[in-house]
Design a protein around this ligand. Sequence first.
Ligand code: PDD
Length: 285
Amino acid sequence: MSVCFLNGEFGPLADARISPLDRGFLFGDGAYEVIPVYSRRPFRLEQHLQRLANTLEAIRLPNPHAPSEWAAMVGEIVARNPWDDQSVYLQVSRGCGERRNHAFPMLTRATVFLMSDELVTVPAVQLENGVSAVSAADFRWLRCDLKSTALLANCLLRQLAVDHGCAETVLFRDGFLTEGSASNIVIVQDGVMIAPPKSHLMLPGVTYDVVLELAARHGLPHEVREILEDEVRAAEEIWMTSSTKEVLAITTLDDRAVGNGRPGPVSRQMYTWYQEFKTTVMRGG
Ligand code: PDD
C-alpha cells in the first residue's frame, strides 16, 4: 500500500480524502510536478521545485512551502514507500472556497498532496525498437510552460496516440513543433541535435535541460531553434524526453518510418550518456 501526504498528514493513499469543493477538482486550479527518484535520491529536485515555484507564481498561488520544506516532504514520502526507484507526484491546488466560484476565494488554504509510485522504466523492447507516434494540431492554451493540473487537452491528445496504438502525440502549432502530449521532442538533422526554444508554448522540461547539458558536455553538435513541421517529418531521428521516458526514440511518425525506422546513433549515444549521468549523479557509482 503506498503512502501519501495530504495537508500535513501521511497516510495510506487509499484513505486520503479531499473536499468536492477543492478547486483542483472543480477547476483544475493547481500546479504539479513529477520527480523521478533513483536509489531513493530525487533527481534534479532543485530544478523541479524551481519550476513548481514558477508555475505557482504565474497562477498567483502563494507557494505554501520553502524549498527546504518541500525537500523534507519529498524525502519523507520516499522514505515511507517501499521502492528504491520511485516517481513522486506533488500537487498544490488553490484549496476550497465556500461555494463554486471561478474567482479566487478570499481566504483559503492550499491543498498540498504528494504520492509516490514505483518508477516504471521503459520496456527493453521499446528501447531497442523505438516507439510509434502520431501527430496533431496543438490546441492547448497559450501557457503550456506552466505545469498546471488542468490537463484535459493533454489527456485528449495523449489518448489520440493510444487510439492509434502509439506511445506519444507530437504537436505542431502554426507549422512549428511544440512538444509531445506529455514529453518534449527533439530531432536530429545531418547529425545535429535540434531542440525547440523554451517559450510559453512548451513545458520547460527538466530532462530537456539535462539532454542539452549532456550534448554540450560531450561536444555533440546541437542547436536550439524553432523547428518546422516539415523538418520533423524529414528528420533522421526524433526523440521524446521526459522524467519517466528519459530519452526514447520515436521510429514511426504517422505510419511513416523516421530515418531507417530504427533508433538512430545519436539517440543511442544520448541514452548512454543519460544513463551514465544518472549512475554517477544518483547512484554514487
Ligand atoms: N510530463 N512536456 C509535457 C507536456 C509534459 O507533461 C512533460 C512531463 C514534459 C517533460 O518534462 P520533464 O522532463 O520535466 O519530465 C514535457 C510528466 C512526466 C507527467 O505529466 O507525467
